[in-house]
Design a protein around this ligand. Structure first.
Ligand code: NAD
Length: 261
């Protein structure tokens, strides 16, 4: 999409990938950039000459409020980027309902609420783009981070489902699925088995930088390389062609990651 003259709103823009994307968007001569975050929006907005809004996008009222405030400032939102994300709590069935709900609201419902608020206006103007940052963990399992990987799978399905349902309107939907990127989100995960498992699946490639994501978009296959026996193959291919081997390779990897605690 040609971004010149457009109003772009990005959530989670105070840090990491969102901040790098805002910097990149600023080079495309947009009409305005609205940066939304719990903390840190001011710094990015000052750098890109945009509008900073502090908000918690895991609440519908806050999503509706930032869209209204951003629209008053720069006019209708043309591109909405749901990028805010949380890695914790890690774990599985023992994670509290509240922990599961927070992942669901942050990674899935925030994008549903934004779509609900923006779609009618976008359809009447004949253009619009809704993007969410999912993850390679939305394409493959991320052992030990069940709420994260489950809701990131849902984020991918959401983009696909809306892209199909609303294709006749001309409004575009997509999602970004980065592999491991060095940001504050993953800075301390190495201390736990989940983080080590993620590092292991990233071998033999180095983690991406936020600049890689901002410039090249989807970093395919970075997180998806697994070594099984003598063969190194893409986990995505393995999952499709040989699901049993895929699951057993993930189990081996998870056991090794836990054993190194
Ligand atoms: P980050 O921690 O640097 O940035 C995430 C930002 O989201 C933070 O500034 C945080 O304050 C904000 N945020 C969290 N919950 C929020 C809420 N309820 N309301 C408003 N803002 C909120 O992390 P990042 O790595 O830049 O993550 C950006 C996105 O990329 C996330 O959705 C993450 O899941 C996804 N992602 C990250 C990686 C990685 O390896 N870093 C890989 C794949 C996907």
């Amino acid at each position: 999409m040609d971004l010149s003259g457009r109003h772009i709103l990005i959530t989670g823009g105070g840090s990491g990938i969102g901040a790098a994307l805002a910097d990149r968007f600023a080079k495309e001569n947009p009409r305005g950039i609205t940066v939304v975050d719990l903390v840190g929006a001011d710094e990015t907005a000052a750098r890109v000459g945009g509008l900073a809004l502090d908000a918690d996008v895991s609440k519908e009222s806050e999503v509706v409020r930032v869209i209204a405030e951003a629209t008053r400032h720069y006019g209708p939102v043309d591109v909405y980027f749901s990028n805010a994300g949380i890695p914790r709590p890690l774990g599985g069935a023992e994670v509290s309902d509240d922990g599961w709900q927070r992942h669901w609201d942050t990674h899935v419902m925030s994008h549903v609420w934004a779509t609900r608020a923006l779609l009618p206006g976008m359809i009447s103007r004949g253009s619009g783009y809704l993007v969410n940052t999912a993850s390679a963990a939305g394409l493959l399992m991320s052992p030990g981070a069940s709420p994260y990987t489950v809701t990131k799978h849902a984020a991918v399905a959401l983009a696909e489902s809306f892209a199909v349902m609303y294709s006749h309107t001309g409004i575009r939907f997509s999602c970004l699925c980065p592999g491991l990127v060095e940001t504050p989100l993953v800075s301390d995960v190495d201390n736990e088995a989940t983080g080590r498992a993620i590092r292991m699946t990233s071998q033999p490639m180095d983690p991406a930088t936020v600049a890689d994501i901002a410039v090249r978009g989807l970093i395919e296959e970075r997180f998806l390389i697994m070594t099984h026996g003598k063969e190194t193959s893409s986990a995505a291919q393995l999952r499709a062609s040989d699901p049993e081997t895929y699951v057993s390779a993930m189990q081996d990897l998870w056991r090794t990651a836990q054993a190194s605690s």
